[in-house]
Write a protein that binds this ligand. Structure first.
Ligand SMILES: *[C@@H]1O[C@H](CO)[C@@H](O)[C@H](O)[C@H]1NC(C)=O
Length: 184
């Protein structure tokens, strides 16, 4: 969770904002880790422990155009951008047609609020300087990965199985974020 001080700094003079937020950015790792843990727990609680039998075939039919695991995120800024992009894209995908998705509205709302908050806070700790080509590429590849997920959902007509697989993938992304946080 983000400390109260974080919210308090909003609306204070510019200089102070920079001071306060750069101080808070020192704690970026620790609250990102907490927030990511909360996301994972919520996601886990909504997912079954096993893949439903009728979805096995779909699992094999999903082949993303990107493998995020081999992305070079050794730079700190690059890792932050990757995390932020995953959070935003996850929020986006969880706003698609959810008729067949087994989440209640309250959990979904909490999930979105967490993602948005995390993404906003992370944004405050990103460098304002123009992004290197490598960072732009990271962002692009994360987007492309999520486009595969979106296409898959659409192609499977937002079926229960498609949502199962999307959730498995998003879980992998959150586990990846855990690794990325160590780069920060
Ligand atoms: C949402 O998905 C369900 C289940 O696949 C489908 O029946 C419904 O028509 C879809 N709704 C929209 C607005 O696409």
């Amino acid at each position: 969770m983000v400390s109260k001080g974080w919210f308090l700094c909003i609306g204070l003079p510019m200089v102070l904002i920079i001071e306060v937020s750069s101080q808070d950015c020192d704690q970026l790792c620790s609250w990102l880790r907490q927030a990511n843990q909360a996301n994972l727990e919520l996601l886990n609680s909504k997912m079954g422990s096993t893949i439903p039998q009728q979805c096995i075939e779909d699992v094999f039919s999903f082949s993303p155009k990107e493998d995020l695991r081999n992305l070079d995120v050794s730079e700190e800024e690059n890792a932050k951008v990757a995390i932020q992009e995953v959070l935003q894209q996850t929020g986006h995908i969880f706003r698609q047609n959810r008729t067949e998705m087994l989440w209640d509205e309250d959990s979904l709302r909490a999930f979105h609020a967490g993602l948005d908050q995390q993404s906003e806070n992370l944004k405050s700790c990103l460098s304002a300087s123009p992004r290197s080509q490598r960072i732009q590429l990271t962002s692009l590849r994360v987007k492309r990965y999520f486009r595969s997920l979106n296409d898959f959902l659409k192609e499977k007509e937002y079926s229960r199985c498609a949502w199962e697989i999307v959730q498995i993938q998003v879980k992998q992304c959150f586990l990846w974020i855990e690794k990325l946080i160590q780069m920060i």
